[in-house]
Design a protein around this ligand. Structure first.
Ligand code: ATP
Ligand code: MG
Length: 342
């Protein structure tokens, strides 16, 4: 086994818009908490697109990712206009990041939230379904998009969800499908859920049809603990849940593959507030906390998470969180300093 003190190499991209501000704030906290990491920087996003790389990433950046296998990524801007491919989709496909993991938690009463009791994790399949990119034009008036669901794909994501529940002390896994209509594709997803679920008798198992499931998620999120679902359903319910939890600036996510894992905030590059030192760095910071757990530094992760929670509880908030619970309104830098102080 590796010595505990050995630094783990990670690849970092600052990103566009508010990316550099929140990434700097996050790295400052990681360093103050003595995370045992060694960072390698890569450039991705706007500048790289405009320099003529249509995917927004250069070949040497791939080498760094394949070497370190851990990626902390700031948000990026895809230039408008055709000819620019979404870097997120490219990275996900190239590195086989099959699981998108998004914790959705209310920090009530410290942050205003519609559902104070919400504490759930959405695990979304990230490579298949209607996102497989198989679209055809049949005639001028008829277009077709193929929904691809494979048994190995279902097995990977569903096993990941059960393992995640076990390792994170979560009690229930809910499968969301529409297998009453899509009997073959969604039917397979639910069949595999039942098969693999049989190996996890310690975990409560549940199934919702996606339409009523989404409705319940919006009105009674406390019914859910871990949710596992296919790509498009997961995309939609992730945004519903993020919206319920308070601010888009508060949530991080992980994209997990067989070899490589990528950690990022759920929000975009927020060009409207870039360069003003007012963005909330919490989403990327909480993504970095997930990253530390992933690389076996749960001790550092917990230290940072506790300090962050205390900061929020003390009413030290960036502008996006401003409410009657706010005691001190702070800049991005002041927020990270407050976390470090705690
Ligand atoms: P993208 O296409 O890159 O996903 P988007 O158009 O969906 O971007 P975001 O960049 O996520 O939008 O921003 C949506 C809104 O939320 C903007 O008004 C932005 O200022 C705000 N916002 C996003 N992230 C933060 C943050 N970390 N702190 C404060 N406000 C934020
Ligand atoms: Mg967006």
């Amino acid at each position: 086994p590796k010595a505990q003190s050995e630094d783990v190499a990670i690849t970092v991209a600052m990103g566009d818009g508010i990316g550099p501000e929140i990434t700097r704030a996050t790295l400052k906290v990681l360093s103050a908490a003595k995370a045992r990491i060694l960072t390698e920087s890569i450039d991705i996003g706007e500048q790289v697109y405009l320099a003529g790389h249509s995917s927004g990433i250069r070949p040497d950046a791939w080498q760094s990712l394949r070497r370190t296998k851990v990626f902390l990524k700031g948000p990026i801007t895809t230039p408008s206009g055709s000819g620019y491919k979404s870097l997120n989709v490219t990275i996900r496909k190239t590195l086989g990041l099959y699981a998108n993991v998004r914790p959705c938690i209310s920090y009530s009463p410290y942050v205003h939230s519609l559902h104070p009791a919400m504490d759930l994790v959405i695990i979304r399949e990230n490579e298949e379904d209607l996102y497989a990119g198989i679209e055809h034009r049949q005639t001028d008036e008829v277009y077709q998009c193929l929904k691809l669901i494979t048994r190995p794909g279902c097995e990977k994501i569903i096993r990941y969800a059960f393992e995640y529940a076990r390792h994170h002390g979560r009690k229930k896994v809910t499968c969301m499908v529409k297998d009453n209509i899509m009997k073959m594709t969604d039917g397979l997803f639910y069949t595999v859920f039942q098969e693999i679920g049989a190996e996890y008798p310690d975990i409560i198992q549940d199934r919702f049809i996606i339409d009523i499931g989404s409705a319940r998620l919006a009105t009674r999120p406390e019914l859910f603990d871990v949710i596992v679902t296919s790509n498009l359903y997961g995309d939609i319910i992730s945004d519903i849940a993020a919206e319920l939890s308070g601010s888009i600036g508060l949530a991080g996510s992980a994209n997990i593959g067989e070899q490589v894992a990528m950690f990022e905030a759920i929000h975009g590059s927020a060009p409207d507030i870039a360069g003003q030192n007012i963005a909330n760095p919490s989403g990327l910071l909480l993504a970095a906390v997930m990253m530390l757990v992933h690389i076996g530094q749960a001790d550092v992760a917990q230290k940072i998470h506790n300090a962050w929670l205390k900061t929020i509880e003390d009413g030290i908030h960036t502008k996006d969180l401003k409410s009657e619970h706010t005691k001190v309104l702070v800049t991005t830098d002041q927020f990270s300093d407050a976390v470090i102080a705690r």
